[in-house]
Structure formats: C-alpha cells, structure tokens
Design a protein around this ligand. Structure first.
Ligand code: HEC
Ligand code: HEC
Length: 503
C-alpha cells in the first residue's frame, strides 16, 4: 500500500480547521468594522457654546452635505464667478485659521467627511460703527450680509454645469488653494464613486429648486422660509399652476434668536404659526438641511439651551437719558401691550402685563406685505405634522394663522431692517407713515445709523442690494395709523426711538 505523504496528520488537519475558523472570524470582524465605519458618525466637539453654534454639526451633512474637499474646491473652480473671497461673495464670513466659513459644519459620516450648513449661517449678525472699519459680531443675531438666494442659485448652476467633472474637481482639490490632497486611492474613489454621486445629488437638487428662478432675489439678510422646504421635504409641485407668484415671493428677514426661554408659549415665527420653542428649533434644523433621520438631537439641544438665555446685545452708542425718559411713557401707551417693554431686570416678557405680546394681529389690520403669510398654507401645515412622526418631538403646534405676530422687542436696535420682510431700514422710518418711508433704498451695508437706529440704507454706505418696495414680497406698508404711533409729532417719535435703544 502506497503511503500518501501529502495527507495531513490529525494534528495538521486540526490546525488547518482552526486556521479556517480564524479566517472566517477575521472576515466577520473586518466586515463588522466596515459596517460600523460606514454607519458611525464622528464630529468635532466644541466645548464653547458659541463655537458649537458657529461650527458644530446639527446633522445636516449626511442628508444634504458635500464631501468637505469638494466644498472647499468650489471657490477655486468657480473663481470667475465668486472672485477672490470665495464664499465671502455670498456674505459668508471666514475667520482666520478656519478652512470653511461660519455656518458650515463638518461630520464624518458614511465613510466620508462631509460639510453642510448649521444654524449660524442665518443667525450671526455683524455691524460696524460710524468712522470705524472694525467689525462687531452678534452670535444669535441676524445674518444681515448673507445672500442665500445667490448661494442657492450657485449650487443649482453647479449641478447643471457640464464642466463640473471629476478631473476638474480633483485638480482643484490638489491645488495649493485647498487644504489637504487626494492620494491615488482617493482619486480613484472620487472618479468611480464620489463624483458621480455628488453630480447626481446636485443635479437632482437643481431640478427640485427650479422654481427659485421664478422668485425675486431675496437680497442680503433674507430668505424664503418655507418654499424650498415644501419641495425638499415633501416634493410639493411648485409649477405656476400649483403656486401663485404671490405665495412664491414671501421672503423673511432673518430674526434674532436670543432669549427663547421667556418666549415659551408665545405664537412666534413671523406669522405666529408655532407656540412651541422646541418645535421652532426642530423646524429650523430642517431648514438647515437635516432630515428627521440625520438630525443630531443632542447637538440641537445644546443650541436650544444656549439660546434659551442668550442675552440681547446692548446698544453700542450713547443713549440720551432725558429723551429716553420722555419716550418711555409714550412707548408704554402705544407699543407695550403688543410688544412688551423694559422692566426692572431687563426686558419684561410678562404676557399677563402685556396682553397681546406673542399674539397675532390680523393681516387686514396690520397691513404689512402678504407674501410670507401666504407662503405658509394649510396643505404645508398638514404635511409638517407628519414630519418626525413617531419621535417625541413630532410637530403638534404648527398652524395657519390669520396675520403676523407681536414679537418682544428686546435688542431691537440690532434687528434692522424692520418688519417680517425687512422692508423698513430704521426704527425711525417705521415710526413714519408709509408715504414717508423710503420706497427704494440699499440693503447690505454694515454700518449702523445710531440716530435713526438700524443699518444705513443710503448707497454711499456700501449697500450691495437695491431694495425696491414695489417688487413682489417687498412692500413696506402697514404698521401704520394712530394705534402704531405714526401720527405722533416728530419730537415724540424721536423720543420713542431713543427709548427703544434701551431695550
Ligand atoms: C436658512 C437660514 C436659517 C437657518 C439655517 C436657521 N434659521 Fe432659524 N430662522 C430663519 C428664518 C428666516 C426665520 C424666520 C422664519 C419665519 O417666520 O419666516 C427663523 C426663525 C427661527 C426661530 C424663531 C424666532 C422667533 O422669534 O420667532 C428660532 C428659535 C430659530 N430660527 C432657531 C434656529 C436654530 C436653532 C437653527 C439651527 C438648528 C436655525 N434657526 C437655523 C432662518 C434660518
Ligand atoms: C396692535 C399691536 C401692535 C402695536 C400697538 C404696535 N405694534 Fe409693532 N408690530 C406689530 C406686529 C404684528 C408686527 C409684525 C408685523 C410684520 O412684521 O409684518 C410689529 C412689528 C414691529 C417692529 C418690527 C420688529 C422686527 O423685528 O422687525 C417694530 C420695531 C415695532 N413693531 C415697533 C412698534 C412700536 C415702536 C410701536 C408703538 C409706537 C408698535 N410697534 C406698536 C404689532 C403692533
């Protein structure tokens, strides 16, 4: 009998089986690591609440975001269009040492680092004082410089641009103007996977946002709050047969978001459509691009907690105490019932003392532009109620109202231009009847007018956008008549404005 020398001895056979089992275990472990890697999110944590607000992720990246290097490459690729300041062309602010502007946050998700928007893109104010170029910032104020309409159109055009190719993007990323470099493996990955996905996503976005071409430019400091949300979250049809031009042009001025705690229970948003602070925060997060699945609830709660007690900034100029003292009783008589006023410990938000604070004034009575009111309709309200379904924070409080809300006027000096559509440049202009308010003026200047209170609105101040009140959505009508103080004498109006500097 021939001996099979290749046959495994019992010991060898046992060893081999053991090795095979080990191999299988290894493969399972590696597969688990890959799955974990693809499913796990990493974010950079910021201890400081302001840094968290500026750069912290609330979870928009996984839903809408672009790989960070691609976002960083866009200003290089489209230098002709954006100029040397990159995203600064849209009024975004890049701080020294940062590789993306305030308002973009990063998250490592699905195996790639992506970046997209957070709350601060729209809620970060800036101003300068007369005679100085020093830029002061107001975290939680209104992003008065931000041109979101232009930014959206930019992304739409990129999505449709045949020149937005893997070659061009890789070249831009590997130029000296973008931090980081793609190695051979990453370049292959970009060609075969990343760029086709990104192109597809942007192309789809361009299609969804086609209606934006039918809108008037919002200009700096404003956005159409609900129309893009209708398409991006619910795929509402947005053709001319589906939505009127009037409902399509309802730009909102960015509001301040400080002191949300005492606003609990008030019917806020410009039209008073929601009385729950938590829901306003969640709804806002959707506006920044999160989805009910990607939202980072902990990160959002950190912002929420911070804006609960974030104090309104103090007026940076000099207040004439005698004039303000004349203004105070006038303000009390004409304005406080609807807007609240200063108390012993700062602003007094007591809805017991000020019975209409946080309530809605009917559109026919307040008489301001109807576009924003119209853009939020019953159908959309109904659809919203199903968002976040099954989560504890499912929307329950959204409703269609019949007008615009009476907001507390804390830090009102810093919330120019005024009214929901930002159609009136200064507080003093708002005290005048409509016929005496500027009909055409310049938006986008950073310098404050410390007398009339608000940003300067003359062309010489460097405004970037000609605001024409005859354009759809831009009316500066309403908030007019004896009840609103517009029939008072000039001296009385000056006194009320002086008093409002103290709020
Ligand atoms: C795309 C710009 C944008 C982003 C991003 C954004 N907001 Fe807003 N926010 C607005 C606008 C515009 C309004 C006013 C909405 C309206 O009534 O038309 C608003 C309203 C609010 C309000 C209600 C203010 C009031 O007094 O009625 C809160 C609170 C708020 N935002 C918080 C946040 C938080 C928190 C985030 C991040 C999760 C955020 N926002 C992200 C634009 C934005
Ligand atoms: C009957 C209630 C009512 C009275 C009285 C009233 N207002 Fe208003 N006010 C409103 C409403 C409603 C709005 C929001 C209108 C809009 O944005 O379309 C508003 C808006 C404002 C704004 C703009 C807020 C912003 O963030 O842009 C200012 C400033 C203001 N009022 C000041 C005053 C002053 C000053 C008086 C008194 C001289 C006064 N209001 C009297 C209801 C009232």
């Amino acid at each position: 009998m021939a001996i099979d020398y290749d046959r495994l001895t019992p010991v060898e056979a046992y060893e081999k089986k053991r090795k095979n089992i080990f191999r299988v275990i290894w493969l399972i472990v590696i597969a688990l690591i890959i799955v974990w890697f693809l499913r796990t999110d990493w974010v950079i944590a910021h201890d400081d609440p302001v840094e968290h607000f500026k750069y912290g992720s609330i979870g928009s990246e996984g839903n809408t975001g672009l790989p960070t290097p691609i976002l960083q490459a866009l200003p290089v690729l489209y230098k002709d269009r954006l100029g040397p300041n990159g995203f600064g062309a849209f009024g975004m602010i890049t701080e020294p040492g940062k590789d993306l502007p305030i308002g973009f946050s990063k998250r490592f998700t699905g195996g790639v680092e992506r970046a997209w928007l957070n709350c601060s893109v729209c809620h970060y104010g800036t101003y300068t004082l007369p005679g100085s170029d020093e830029v002061h910032v107001i975290p939680g104020g209104a992003s008065n410089d931000l041109e979101l309409y232009k930014l959206m159109r930019f992304f739409i055009d990129v999505g449709n641009d045949p020149g937005f190719t893997a070659d061009a993007v890789i070249k831009a990323i590997n130029s000296d103007e973008v931090p980081g470099r793609l190695n051979l493996f990453e370049r292959i990955l970009y060609r075969v996977a990343v760029m086709p996905l990104v192109k597809n996503a942007l192309h789809e976005l361009s299609g969804q946002l086609e209606f934006v071409a039918r809108q008037e430019d919002y200009g700096p400091g404003r956005v159409d709050t609900f129309n893009s949300y209708k398409v991006l979250q619910f795929n509402f049809p947005m053709g001319p047969d589906n939505i009127s031009d009037s409902a399509l042009n309802g730009s909102s001025d960015y509001p301040s978001i400080w002191m949300q705690g005492p606003r609990a229970g008030m019917n806020l948003h410009w039209d008073g459509n929601n009385s729950s602070v938590t829901e306003r925060n969640f709804s806002a997060a959707l506006g920044a691009g999160v989805s009910p699945v990607t939202v980072d609830v902990e990160a959002l709660y950190r912002v929420r907690d911070w804006i609960e007690t974030l104090e309104a900034p103090s007026f940076p100029g000099v207040v004439d105490p005698e004039l303000a003292a004349i203004g105070e009783p006038l303000y009390y008589e004409y304005c406080a019932d609807c807007h609240g006023m200063g108390g012993d410990d700062g602003f007094d938000y007591d809805t017991g003392r000020y019975p209409y604070l946080g309530e809605v004034v009917e559109l026919s009575e307040i008489g301001t532009d109807r576009g924003r009111w119209e853009s939020y309709d019953q159908d959309f309200s109904a659809a919203q109620m199903n968002l976040y379904a099954g989560y504890p924070w499912q929307f329950k409080n959204f409703k269609k109202t019949n007008g615009y809300a009476n907001h507390p006027l804390d830090g009102i000096w810093a919330r120019s231009p005024y009214l929901h559509n930002g159609s009136v440049p200064t507080l003093r202009d708002l005290m005048n009847p409509v016929s005496e308010r500027p009909a055409v003026w310049w938006r986008g200047a950073r310098e404050l007018d410390l007398v009339n209170v608000g940003y300067r609105s003359d062309e010489a101040a460097g405004g970037t956008f000609r605001y024409d009140t005859s354009v759809l959505g831009n009316k500066n009508t309403g908030h007019e008549g004896t009840e609103y103080g517009t029939d008072l004498s000039d001296a009385e109006k000056d006194a009320i404005v002086e008093y409002m500097k103290t709020l």
